[in-house]
Structure formats: structure tokens, C-alpha cells
Design a protein around this ligand. Structure first.
Ligand code: GLN
Length: 386
């Protein structure tokens, strides 16, 4: 055997892959990994088919199909009043995760410090470590999961290179408020700190709240990589297409990596999506669609012994289970899958340190009958039963 020193010795398979595999193996209803169990719009697949039939089957430009970049620019301007140049400031990626990895790869050097907020989406910390960066994690304050800005201030020093934000937030379903934006802007002002803003759930936000994109604020936009996902936008997570917005000086570095990591993303899907998202309803319809599912699922959960945490955005609902069990969340989630047939995500997987808040996350981006079946099973869970 050739000796190989692992670059990520403590990393296993992601919790999403693990729980989806367990759900498949046990026949459990899969409310773990975040993806819809209903199909994308046939009008969209028809547009992708048409692109293939018309011969759009060779490489797209490295930065992405120009028509799609133009549509993204138009959508971003309409939504946030921000102008991004499709030639120099927008790149189509193979999903949100690749965009996040590429941005971190472009910006982080050994010993650079990156502030993340935990629970944090699981791909941030490994990417930082692979670049030799130092993960500086701060806990969002349970159970409200607000950002402790006074602690962020204390953590910032000359080595702080980047702050990673995520709104609407996975897994806690919280959103950044205008006050958070003001705190952030004040903290980074006159400092050489970049922002990586994971906004993949940007359109899934409830109760009339506004998505506070970094794109809205010039002082933040000029230092931000913003990551978005067509998987979430189009109910097509398997297509693995997303994009990154950044000012030209950052995008130039992003593309230097992107071109050698994936070169370019598949052409016909980009061409199909470009036509499809001309219709504004594609994204304005997401909040009502998932808002109805959120309300329905929460109503169902209200009769179970789970304690429901707030959900302001995303298609995730977190709960605590203190009345049911004092087991660690990973064990609890495994048992819930095997014995009650509902797969979830234990939220400790989103922390780099041990976490004992006893929170699990459900994905409610599911057909009504799936939610009904899941609730029926969850109603069988009684206090102290696990
Ligand atoms: N974003 C999805 C989630 O949070 C998972 C995507 C993945 O498995 N990489 O469930």
C-alpha cells in the first residue's frame, strides 16, 4: 500500500448521504436530505429537451451559458436592485456546494481565519481546512439561533479573512434581519474581510419577510461571493446547477479555480433554465408553495410530543425531542428511522464541537400525502418512548 496521509482524517460520509441511504434501506419516509419528492415542471424539462434536440450539446463557455447569465443578472436586479455584469460577475457552477468550495479555494490561504456560525452547513469547515485555513466557529444562540454579534466582534483580528453567512439558514430556518445586516456592515467596514453568503434558499422565505441578500447593500456586495442554487429554485436538486455572483475582482479569481475544477457546466440544462426563468412566477411562487407545506407540517407536528422551533425560511423544520428521549440526536435519529420509519437529520452534524441541544431537522419539501404519512408515524411517538 502506498502511504497516504488523509487531508480530512476526521471526516466520514456526509450525514445527508448517510440518512438517505438508511431511509432507502429501511423503507423509511425520507424527511432527511433536503430535496423535493415531487417532480420539476414538465415545461422546464421540455425546454431542456428542446435545447438538446436543437444541438446545444457541446461545451458551454467556461463562465456559463450567456443567456442564463443574462437572466440571472435581470432577476438579481429585479429582486435586489443590484447590477451584476454577466460577462465578469456571474458564473454558473455545478451546484451550490461547488460554488462554495471554489470561493473558499480562491480566497483562503494557510492560516487565514474564517468565521462560521454553528449549526453550519456541513461543507464549509472541510473546505476551509483543505485550504489550510482556520475555522473559527461561533454558536448561534439556542433556541433562537441569532448571531451573537458581540462575540463576532471579539473574534475578528488581523487574520480574519472571511465570514460565512447563510440566510435563510440551513438547518435552523432563521433569516438575517436588517439589524443583522447593519451589525455586519459595521464590523467589516474598513477591514479586509470577505463575505461568503450562502443564499441557496433565497426565495423560500415566509410571512412576507424580505430576503436580505448581500446584493442589496453596496458596502457588502463589493466584498461578497453570493451562492445560489437552481436545484432549490426549480425542484431539480439532481441537476446540480447553481451560480455565484461576485464583483469582478473576486470573480476573476473564482474563475481561475472554476475553470480547472469543472471547466464548464452542462449546456442544455443551462439553456433550458435560461428560457424557463424568464417567467418571474418561477421564483415568486416558491414562498407560497412551501409556506403552505410549512404550515401544514407544523400543524401535524403540533399533536406530537416534539417541540417545534420557529421556521422563517428554507424548507426545513427543526424540533427538539426532550419529552421523548434524552438520547444523543444521532442515536435518536437512527432509532426514529428504524423503529418509526421517519428519517431526519440530527443537527449535531452541523457542529464542529459536540452539541447536546437534542435537535433534529425535518425536510417538508414533500407531497401532501408524504407529509400525511410521516405525521401518522410521528403521532405514534410518545413521551419517553425512545
Ligand atoms: N442541502 C441539502 C440538505 O441540507 C443536502 C445536499 C447534499 O446532500 N449535499 O439536506
Amino acid at each position: 500500500m502506498i502511504p497516504l496521509v488523509s487531508k480530512l482524517p476526521k471526516t466520514g460520509t456526509t450525514i445527508f448521504t448517510t440518512m438517505s441511504a438508511l431511509a432507502a434501506e429501511t423503507g423509511a419516509i425520507n424527511l432527511s436530505q433536503g430535496f423535493p419528492d415531487f417532480d420539476c415542471d414538465p415545461a422546464l424539462t421540455a425546454m431542456v429537451n428542446a435545447a438538446m434536440q436543437s444541438g446545444l450539446n457541446q461545451y458551454a463557455p467556461m463562465a456559463g451559458h450567456l443567456g442564463l447569465r443574462e437572466q440571472i443578472a435581470a432577476k438579481t436586479e429585479r429582486m435586489h436592485g443590484a447590477v451584476y455584469n454577466p460577462d465578469t460577475e456571474i458564473t454558473i457552477t455545478a451546484g451550490g456546494t461547488q460554488a462554495i468550495f471554489t470561493a473558499i479555494c480562491a480566497a483562503i490561504r494557510p492560516n487565514d481565519e474564517v468565521i462560521i456560525f454553528e449549526p453550519a452547513y456541513d461543507c464549509y469547515a472541510p473546505a476551509i481546512k483543505l485550504m489550510g485555513g482556520v475555522v473559527k466557529s461561533l454558536e448561534l444562540e439556542f433556541p433562537d439561533y441569532r448571531i451573537p454579534w458581540h462575540l463576532v466582534k471579539r473574534l475578528i483580528n488581523g487574520k480574519t479573512k472571511m465570514i460565512i453567512l447563510n440566510s435563510p439558514h440551513n438547518p435552523t430556518a432563521t433569516i438575517l434581519t436588517r439589524q443583522d445586516i447593519d451589525e455586519l456592515a459595521a464590523l467589516v467596514k474598513d477591514k479586509d474581510i470577505l463575505i461568503l453568503s450562502d443564499e441557496v434558499y433565497e426565495h423560500i422565505i415566509y410571512d412576507g419577510a424580505r430576503h436580505e441578500s448581500m446584493a442589496r447593500y453596496a458596502a457588502l456586495r463589493e466584498r461578497s461571493f453570493i451562492v445560489a442554487s437552481f436545484g432549490k429554485l426549480l425542484h431539480a436538486t439532481g441537476w446540480k446547477i447553481g451560480y455565484c455572483l461576485a464583483p469582478a475582482w473576486l470573480m476573476q479569481e473564482f474563475r481561475k479555480i472554476h475553470q480547472y475544477m469543472v471547466f464548464s457546466v452542462n449546456t442544455p440544462m443551462q439553456a433550458g433554465i435560461a428560457g424557463y426563468i424568464k417567467n418571474e412566477h418561477v421564483y415568486t411562487g416558491l414562498a407560497p408553495l412551501f409556506g403552505q407545506k410549512r404550515d401544514y407540517f407544523r400543524q401535524g407536528l403540533a399533536s406530537t410530543p416534539f417541540e417545534i422551533l420557529p421556521c422563517y425560511g428554507s424548507y426545513f423544520q427543526s424540533v427538539t425531542y426532550k419529552q421523548i428521549s434524552d438520547k444523543a440526536d444521532v442515536d435518536f435519529a437512527l432509532q426514529l428511522t428504524k423503529e418509526y420509519g421517519v428519517a431526519t437529520i440530527p443537527v449535531s452534524a452541523f457542529y464542529t464541537k459536540p452539541n447536546h441541544n437534542n435537535v433534529i431537522r425535518f425536510c417538508f419539501a414533500k407531497k401532501q400525502e408524504t407529509l400525511d404519512r410521516a405525521i401518522d408515524r410521528l403521532l405514534k411517538v410518545t413521551p419517553q418512548s425512545i
